[in-house]
Design a protein around this ligand. Structure first.
Ligand SMILES: [Zn+2]
Length: 273
């Protein structure tokens, strides 16, 4: 349950801004999607991945701490998802994994975002968290993971799931194989720049400072170097300094930096994570 005051805060900005002015992600190239999963197939696969992840409590321990923290992450995520117009009909979920060692978050196809407590504890404010959540939402809205599923070796496994007369054991095996390889997390540099541009667009649409994503990347750089393997470790990440440079170029073009609406709520839950 979302507290009444938080629910009120979440409703307010939707009334204040005009839908006509919503920003979208910057497409870096024309995306060729010669063979792709249908929306229904992506959602079905995503739901099965999520169920498998939740059932593996040793690798992905569920967060059982404060409900206020769970509610805040979900509310902020749902709000960011509601102000993006790239995939407005997709249902998103936001799940916390209890592992302080992982300064990490990831998104799987079908609308599911996972955030580790290690990342939450290293966030300085709500706009940083919003930036990371919006970046993960961007990977989903731009089909980065879904398209990886139908490339290379993963295609055979996807075929087993959807297109062959497979028995349930083969289907379960194929899903486990895809999950084990985490193919849907092996994002390219182009994917990362695109997800960053989504993070800025969605943060601005949500009336949250777009500086958050940049501040978080600057923190990672100072803590772990310019090309750390810590955030989305499967990804072929560009240098953090290149990402920060591109983010600055986009932010400088946006006319006004909006007020942060979530900092007050964030300060209340920060100590509870
Ligand atoms: Zn990413």
């Amino acid at each position: 349950m979302i507290s009444k005051s938080l629910a009120r805060n979440l409703v307010l900005p939707t009334i204040l801004f005009s839908l006509a002015g919503l920003l979208s992600c910057q497409k870096l190239t024309d995306v060729m999607r010669p063979f792709m999963l249908s929306e229904d197939q992506e959602v079905e696969l995503g739901d099965q991945f999520k169920a498998q992840i939740l059932s593996d409590t040793e690798t992905y321990p569920p967060y059982t701490g404060s409900q206020k923290v769970t509610d805040f992450v979900d509310s902020l995520g749902q709000y960011l998802a509601s102000v993006q117009t790239d995939r407005p009909d997709l249902k998103f979920t936001f799940t916390i994994i209890d592992d302080d060692e992982q300064v990490n978050a990831f998104a799987i196809p079908g609308g599911h975002v996972f955030v580790y407590t290690g990342l939450l504890k290293n966030m300085k404010n709500a706009s940083e968290l919003a930036g990371v959540l919006a970046h993960e939402i961007g990977h989903i809205t731009q089909y980065h993971g879904a398209d990886k599923m139908v490339q290379g070796n993963a295609l055979e496994l996807v075929n087993t799931i959807f297109f062959n007369e497979s028995d349930s054991a083969s289907i379960t095996g194929a899903i486990a194989g895809l999950l084990e390889n985490m193919v849907f997390l092996s994002f390219s540099r182009k994917d990362e720049f695109e997800a960053d541009s989504c993070a800025l667009a969605y943060s601005i649409n949500a009336d949250i400072s777009p500086e958050g994503m940049k501040d978080f990347l600057a923190f990672l750089k100072s803590e772990y170097g310019d090309q750390p393997k810590i955030f989305e470790p499967m990804s072929t990440h560009p240098l953090l300094s290149d990402r920060i440079k591109k983010i600055n170029a986009i932010i400088s073009k946006s006319s006004d930096v909006p007020d942060d609406m979530y900092e007050n709520e964030y300060s209340k839950i920060k100590g509870l994570i």
